[in-house]
Design a protein around this ligand. Structure first.
Ligand SMILES: [Zn+2]
Length: 322
């Protein structure tokens, strides 16, 4: 995900680990079912064949270069996008929209509520990462601020029919505030509700905005009947239950590290202690702010659980284990 121009994306970032695509995108196209094709890369996209030459594109990648690769895949498949579903508003998942809409002006962008507002006004992402203030310039690179895209339709969880295909949009909020996943033709397009095992190993503090939501999402997707699951970052797998369990364990480990660090200190000290305990190095401001946002998500959830308290005294907000 995010990182300053000209340098590789920050690893270990919260964002989506993605937001930290430290390896060059492979952009390999693989067929996951009769109708579903995945474009694997630093961030994964999927193309669903709706019949009649039309396609549903699920996420568009990080930027116009990624959009170009998506277009090439669509050309090879002989498909034209009818709908671009942006599953959430992190820059690496909708940054290809603007390019693709210039090529396919008839395409309609769908996105969930809240996420739609950030997709329309992408400066909101660096703004929220900098506590609502005018963001530092380091937070406005393409890793954190994509080109703006219209959203033609705000969609919620439920069934949809597109062309010859029925699909189910699943509420998997947590990694992002109103994230959706897609179940179509026996394939679960989990997007950033689930990260691949290698991604989790590399980024022990996966980006989170709502930890309770994430844990509920793991439960929800684990029971889905899918023959193949495509995570937002990482390789497709047939072991959905195992992937959901690995993601839950990663969140539990991160929660334990944050809880242990909350020893009557401020959030920034909790961040420093928790990342040290998890072996994460933060060498740039995007990574720092992504991880700080994630730590705030954990602290808020731990407080809801009665596991930490927030004590405001002497001009300091201290977080303390209960
Ligand atoms: Zn994301």
């Amino acid at each position: 995900m995010p990182q300053p121009e000209g340098t590789p994306p920050p690893a270990g970032a919260a964002g989506d680990p993605e937001r930290a695509a430290a390896t060059p995108p492979r952009n390999e196209r693989v067929q996951l079912s009769e109708r579903v094709h995945a474009l694997l890369g630093g961030v994964n996209c999927a193309i669903v064949d709706l019949g009649g030459g039309a396609a549903l594109l699920v996420d568009s990648g990080q930027d116009k270069d990624h959009g170009r690769r998506v277009r090439k895949a669509l050309d090879e498949l002989g498909l034209t996008p009818q709908v671009v579903l942006s599953t959430h508003s992190h820059a690496d998942h909708f940054g290809g929209n603007a390019y693709l809409l210039r090529r396919y002006p008839e395409a309609q962008v769908w996105a969930p509520e809240v996420e739609a507002e950030v997709i329309r006004a992408p400066l909101l992402e660096p703004i929220y990462l900098f506590h609502g203030a005018k963001p530092l310039p380091e937070l406005t690179s393409k890793w954190l601020q994509a080109e703006a895209s219209p959203v033609h339709r705000v969609v919620a969880a439920g069934e949809q029919t597109l062309g010859e295909v029925r699909l189910e949009l699943i509420d998997v909020r947590g990694h992002a505030h109103r994230q959706l996943a897609v179940l179509v033709d026996g394939v679960l397009l989990a997007t950033d509700a689930l990260f691949g095992a290698a991604t989790l190993a590399r980024y022990p503090l996966p980006f989170a905005q709502d930890v309770g939501g994430q844990l509920a999402a793991f439960e929800r997707v684990a029971t889905v009947e899918a023959t193949v699951t495509l995570p937002g970052h990482g390789a497709p797998t047939e072991d959905l239950a195992g992937l959901a369990a690995a993601n839950r364990e990663a969140v539990e480990r991160a929660a334990a590290a944050v809880e242990a660090a909350a020893d009557g200190v401020g959030a920034e000290e909790v961040l420093a202690r928790a990342t040290a305990a998890l072996g994460i190095e933060m060498a740039d401001l995007p990574r720092y702010h992504l991880n700080l946002t994630t730590v705030m998500a954990y602290l808020g959830w731990l407080r809801e659980q009665g596991r930490v308290a927030a004590e405001l005294s002497g001009g300091r907000l201290a977080w303390r284990r209960a």
